[in-house]
Unconditional design. Structure first.
Length: 211
């Protein structure tokens, strides 16, 4: 075998060896990719087939729906949807069989938060102080601002406008809120934070079913 032929044979041998290593590496990578578990896509707890989904989605509440809170059924009479910057939430006017009215606020950014509110029309306190006391409980200022709103029939509000608010909290989840829609004066409301298990929703056909 002359020198040129030996050189060609040696070169081919090297190339085949390199190609074999490359093929082995590619096969190993493919094998690892096939066996590596894929990251689970984030799920929506209100659309999964679990207990939370069975209780209904509070983010989708609308006039005419029935919402059971602590085993007391209420009808949604109207809804207010509010937006402040990139933050949004809803407030739903409820009443029970005896005509008792409540408001249910639903916020889902980032975590679901529901508060059941009762109006305090006889309250004489006004917002602004760092701490306030009402009904024997002391509340600390939490946040305040102004939001744009749209409202359905049944709320007694204009279809759209602005709302100012001051929110206070007390230990144990108790809430105090001041709200002023449009040019109206302050409305005082006391609230209790709800656990998810305390709320059951029964969606109805639509607003035309409201009695």
């Amino acid at each position: 075998m002359n020198g040129s032929l030996a050189y060609v044979v040696a070169t081919l041998g090297c190339l085949l060896g390199v190609a074999g290593v490359v093929i082995a590496v590619i096969a190993l990578r493919r094998s690892r990719s096939a066996t590596r578990p894929k990251a689970a896509a984030p799920g929506d707890p209100f659309r999964d087939s679990d207990a939370d989904a069975l209780r209904g989605d509070p983010r989708a509440l609308k006039p005419g729906d029935i919402v059971e809170i602590r085993q007391v059924p209420y009808t949604v009479r109207g809804s207010v949807h509010l937006v402040e910057g990139g933050w949004s939430w809803a407030e739903h006017l409820l009443d029970d069989a005896g005509g008792v009215k409540r408001w249910l606020s639903v916020e889902a950014e980032p975590d679901l938060e529901m508060v059941l509110w009762a109006s305090e029309p006889g309250a004489t306190i006004t917002p602004g102080a760092p701490t306030l006391e009402i009904a024997g409980r002391r509340y600390n200022w939490d946040e305040s601002g102004q939001a744009r709103y749209t409202a359905t029939e049944g709320t007694g509000l204009d279809p759209r406008g602005t709302m100012r608010y001051h929110d206070y909290q007390a230990p144990g989840g108790a809430r105090l809120s001041f709200e002023a829609y449009g040019e109206a004066g302050w409305e005082v409301n006391l609230g209790e934070e709800l656990r998810r298990a305390e709320v059951m929703i029964y969606p109805q056909g639509g607003p035309d079913q409201v009695k």
